[in-house]
Design a protein around this ligand. Structure first.
Ligand code: ACO
Ligand SMILES: O=CC(=O)O
Ligand code: MG
Length: 530
C-alpha cells in the first residue's frame, strides 16, 4: 500500500510505549495527516453549528422534522446498502472497551457483534487509545492470545464476534498527536488507525471495516462521516461501499433526522442504534432550562416513558422502511456476585430485551458476557431462524414532534435518594475515569461516560430550577467524597471534587465533562518525537 506524502506531518507528543511503533507507523501517521487536512476544518464548522443550534433551541426555536428534507422522507424508493458479511444477523451485540482480556472475552462471548468502544466505555488515556488499537490489530490477525502473570489464559475461540469499532465523538481531540501545531480530532484518530491497519485484513478474513458512530447531532455530521469513508477507501484502494456504519441516535436533534442520517450514509449504512443514555443526557442538556423538561430521579425515567417509546418505535420504523437494522440499546443492569441481586438484574434485562424484540428491533446491546445467553434466547424467541425482522415495517407507528418532546407527563422533582445516587455515581465514575477506567459496575449498574453525564446534568438542572438547594448538594458531596475515600484510599479526591464542581455546580452548563477533564488530567505530553 502506498500513500503519497501529505502537505503536513503528524507530530507524536508522547513517550514511546511498548509496541506503539506498530500502530504509529510513518504511513499510518501520514494517513491521519491526510484525514485531518481534508476534514479538520469541516469538523470545526459543524461544532460551531452545534453551538448555534443549541442557542436557537435555548431561545425558544421549535424543534421539528426539517422542512428542507421533506423530499428525502417522502421518497419511498431509496434503501440503504445490503447487509455486509458478518452483519446480517445481529441479535446480540456485546460492547466494551478494547482492553486485551475483555476483547478476548467479548469475541468469545457468543454474541454476533463486539462493539469495541473508544467512546463511552473508554477513558482516553494515550495507553488506552494506542493499546486498544494494538488489541484490535492483534484480534484481526488472530494473535491476541495471552496468559496473565497469575496464569489465567485468554484464547480466541473458533467463531469470534464480528468487530465494529466506535471511535470517539466529534467534540473530542487527541492531544498526543498534532498536525500543524493543533491536536488531531479524536474521531479521526480512532477511525483512521483502525481503518489503516485493519480494513484490508478484515476484508481478507471475509468481513470488512465496520463502525459505530456516536453522538451525531444532525445529517451534516452523517455526511461528513460518509465523505470520510469515501476518501479513506479511495486512498487505501479499498472498494467504495465496503465500510459499514451504524449510527447511534443518542441526541434529541438527531431523533428528528433519522431518515436523513440513513440517507446521507446510505451506501455505507448498517442501521441505527437507540443509545438511550446519551439521548437522555442530550435531552436534559438541550432543554434543561425549561421547567417542562424537569426530569425526576434517573431510576424513574424508564424506557416505558411515552417520549422514550416514541423515540424507539420511530427508530425501528425508520430503519425497517429503509432496509436497515434497528439495534436496541443498553439496559444498565449487570450480573452481580450476590445471587438475589443477580437474578433481579437478569429479570430486568430480560424485560428490556423482550420489549425491544417485540417492538421490532433486530438485536440489542449487552454490557456483560453473562447477559449474552439471555439476550439471544429472547431474540431467538421472536426471530427464530430469521436473521432479522426487517419485514416488520411498523406502519402502525406515527410519531410527531410533540411525542418525542412530551416529557411533562413524567416530569417532577428529585427525591433525596435520587440526589445522593447521582452525586455518588458521578464521583465514583470520575474517580475510575481519572485512573483510566471508562466503565464500572456500581451498585449493580453499568456506569459509563453517558450515564455519568446524566448524573451531573441532573444535579445541575435541579439546582437551576431550585428543586434542590446548593447546601444540600455540598453536604452530600462531602459525605460521598468521605465514603469514596474510605472505600478507595487511593482515590484522587481533590481532582474528583473539582471535576464535580466544574461540571455540576457551574452556572453555565459545560456541554460535556470529557474535553476539559481530558486536557487537565489525562494528557501526559512528552517532547515531540516526530
Ligand atoms: C451507554 C453506553 O454507551 S453502553 C456501552 C458502553 N459501555 C460498556 O460497553 C460497558 C461494558 N461493560 C463493562 O465494561 C463491564 O461489564 C463492567 C465494567 C460494567 C463490569 O465489569 P467487571 O466488574 O469486570 O464485571 P465482572 O467482574 O462480573 O466480570 C467478569 C468477567 O467478565 C468480563 N467482562 C465483563 N464485562 C465484559 C464486557 N463488556 N466485554 C468483555 N468481557 C467482559 C470481565 O472482564 C471478567 O473477565 P475475567 O474473569 O477474564 O477478568
Ligand atoms: O452509547 C449509548 C448510550 O446509551 O449512550
Ligand atoms: Mg452513548
Amino acid at each position: 500500500m502506498t500513500i503519497s506524502a501529505p502537505a503536513r506531518a503528524v507530530r507524536v507528543l508522547a513517550a514511546p510505549g511498548e509496541r506503539h511503533e506498530e500502530i504509529l507507523t510513518p504511513a499510518a501517521l501520514d494517513f491521519l495527516a491526510r484525514l485531518t487536512e481534508a476534514f479538520g476544518e469541516r469538523r470545526e464548522q459543524l461544532l460551531k453549528e452545534r453551538r448555534r443550534q443549541a442557542i436557537r433551541l435555548a431561545s425558544g426555536s421549535p424543534l421539528d422534522f426539517p422542512v428542507a428534507t421533506a423530499a428525502v422522507r417522502d421518497d419511498r424508493t431509496w434503501r440503504v446498502a445490503p447487509q455486509a458479511p458478518g452483519l446480517k444477523d445481529r441479535r446480540v451485540e456485546i460492547t466494551g472497551p478494547p482492553e486485551r482480556g475483555m476483547a478476548v472475552n467479548a469475541l468469545n462471548s457468543g454474541a454476533q457483534v463486539w462493539m469495541a468502544d473508544f467512546e463511552d466505555a473508554t477513558a482516553p488515556t494515550w495507553d488506552n487509545v494506542i493499546g486498544g488499537q494494538l488489541n484490535l490489530l492483534d484480534a484481526c490477525q488472530r494473535r491476541i492470545d495471552f496468559t496473565t502473570p497469575e496464569g489465567k489464559e485468554y484464547r480466541l475461540g473458533e467463531n469470534p464476534a464480528t468487530i465494529m469499532v466506535r471511535p470517539r465523538a466529534w467534540h473530542l481531540l487527541e492531544e498526543h498527536l498534532e498536525v500543524d501545531g493543533r491536536p488531531v480530532p479524536a474521531s479521526l484518530v480512532d477511525f483512521g488507525l483502525y481503518f489503516f491497519h485493519c480494513a484490508q485484513r478484515q476484508i481478507d478474513a471475509g468481513y470488512g471495516p465496520y463502525f459505530y458512530l456516536p453522538k451525531l447531532e444532525n445529517r451534516y455530521e452523517a455526511r461528513l462521516w460518509n465523505d470520510i469513508f469515501v476518501f479513506a477507501q479511495e486512498l487505501l484502494g479499498i472498494p467504495r461501499g465496503t465500510v459499514r456504519a451504524t449510527v447511534l441516535i443518542e441526541t434529541i436533534t438527531a431523533a428528528f433526522e433519522m431518515e436523513e442520517i440513513l440517507y446521507e450514509l446510505r451506501e455505507h449504512s448498517a442501521g441505527l442504534n437507540a443509545g438511550r443514555w446519551d439521548y437522555l443526557f442530550s435531552l436534559i442538556k438541550t432543554f434543561g432550562h425549561r421547567t417542562d423538561f424537569l426530569l425526576p430521579d434517573r431510576a424513574k425515567v424508564t424506557m416505558t416513558a411515552p417520549f422514550m417509546r416514541a423515540y424507539t418505535e420511530l427508530l425501528v420504523r425508520t430503519c425497517h422502511q429503509r432496509g436497515a437494522h434497528a439495534i436496541g440499546g443498553m439496559a444498565a443492569h449487570v450480573p452481580g456476585k450476590d445471587p438475589e441481586a443477580h437474578h433481579a438484574a437478569l429479570a430486568k434485562v430480560r424485560l428490556d430485551k423482550e420489549r425491544a424484540a417485540e417492538d421490532g428491533f433486530d438485536g440489542s446491546w449487552v454490557a456483560h458476557p453473562g447477559l449474552v445467553p439471555l439476550c439471544r434466547e429472547v431474540f431467538d424467541g421472536v426471530l427464530g431462524e430469521h436473521p432479522h425482522q426487517l419485514d416488520c415495517t411498523r406502519e402502525d407507528v406515527q410519531v410527531e414532534a410533540r411525542d418525542l418532546l412530551s416529557v411533562r407527563r413524567i416530569s417532577g422533582p428529585p427525591t433525596e435518594q435520587g440526589v445522593r445516587t447521582n452525586i455518588a455515581v458521578a464521583l465514583r465514575y470520575f474517580d475510575a475515569w481519572l485512573r483510566g477506567q471508562g466503565a464500572v459496575a456500581l451498585d449493580g449498574l453499568m456506569e459509563d461516560a453517558a450515564t455519568a453525564e446524566i448524573a451531573r446534568v441532573q444535579i445541575w438542572q435541579w439546582l437551576r430550577h431550585r428543586v434542590l438547594d446548593r447546601e444540600t448538594v455540598l453536604r452530600v458531596l462531602d459525605e460521598e467524597l468521605a465514603s469514596l475515600g474510605a472505600q478507595h484510599p487511593w482515590a484522587a479526591l481533590e481532582e474528583v471534587r473539582e471535576l464535580f464542581e466544574r461540571n455540576a455546580l457551574a452556572s453555565e452548563l459545560p456541554l460535556f465533562f470529557t474535553p476539559d477533564a481530558y486536557t487537565r488530567h489525562l494528557v501526559r505530553r512528552a517532547e515531540g518525537r516526530s
